[in-house]
Design a protein around this ligand. Structure first.
Ligand code: AR6
Length: 183
């Protein structure tokens, strides 16, 4: 499914983020930037050691990546030229600023892409795996952040959500339709 908003195309697909040929893919990282399981593990495995080398340099400069913020590295051996590493919040029941931090993770990733003149970007479902964020609530925040960004920026011209299951794909598509209809 896709949808056009001003000059931005927003797509929803089921797939593996490491296979995406967008200019950048987003990693659901942790603050250490040293890798982990889930999407993070898959990206480092597929992209090779150059990604971790650059993560370590960033860590040496700024001591990791706070929750809600984003940093950029090479894509190494991936089809994508860049990886934008962002850190979503761990779900603690919803009253620990989780929604604001999740929104920031998406928004700051898009801002970093735009600053680097990146014209296409793919997102996974940040925080809904190991970090336990309920997927319906996370999807509503993710699509709202994208809608808000695309409304005021013409770049990236392509924003793709890459969901790992059909179930998540349906949830994200429904969240998008709901958000667009009430925007
Ligand atoms: N492509 C697309 N989506 C994927 C892939 C893939 N290759 N692999 C998993 N998913 P998670 P989080 C989905 O746990 O919740 C790591 O250890 C997965 O099914 O990767 O933000 C980090 O180092 C789920 O829907 O990210 C952190 O410590 C979604 O991606 C922590 O996990 C996110 O799951 C971050 O946890």
């Amino acid at each position: 499914m896709h949808s056009l908003l001003n000059q931005t195309r927003v797509e929803f697909v089921r797939g593996d983020i490491t296979r995406q040929a967008t200019e950048a893919i987003v990693n659901a990282a942790n603050s250490s930037l040293l890798g982990g399981g889930g999407v993070d593990g898959a990206i480092h495995r597929a992209g090779g050691p150059r990604i971790l080398e650059e993560c370590k340099k960033i860590r040496a400069q700024q001591g990791g990546c706070p929750t809600g913020e984003a940093v950029i590295t090479t894509g190494g051996n991936l089809p994508a030229r860049y990886v934008i590493h962002t850190v979503g919040p761990v779900w603690h029941g919803g009253s620990h600023n989780e929604s604001m931090l999740l929104r920031s993770a998406y928004y700051n990733s898009l801002r970093l892409a735009q600053e680097n003149d990146i014209n296409s970007i793919a997102f996974p479902s940040i925080s809904t795996g190991a970090y336990g964020y309920p997927v319906k609530q996370a999807a509503a925040i993710a699509v709202a952040a994208v809608l808000e960004f695309a409304d005021s920026h013409s770049q990236p011209g392509l924003i793709r959500f890459v969901l790992f299951s059909d179930q998540d794909l349906v949830v994200y598509q429904a969240a998008w339709e709901e958000a667009v209809s009430s925007f």
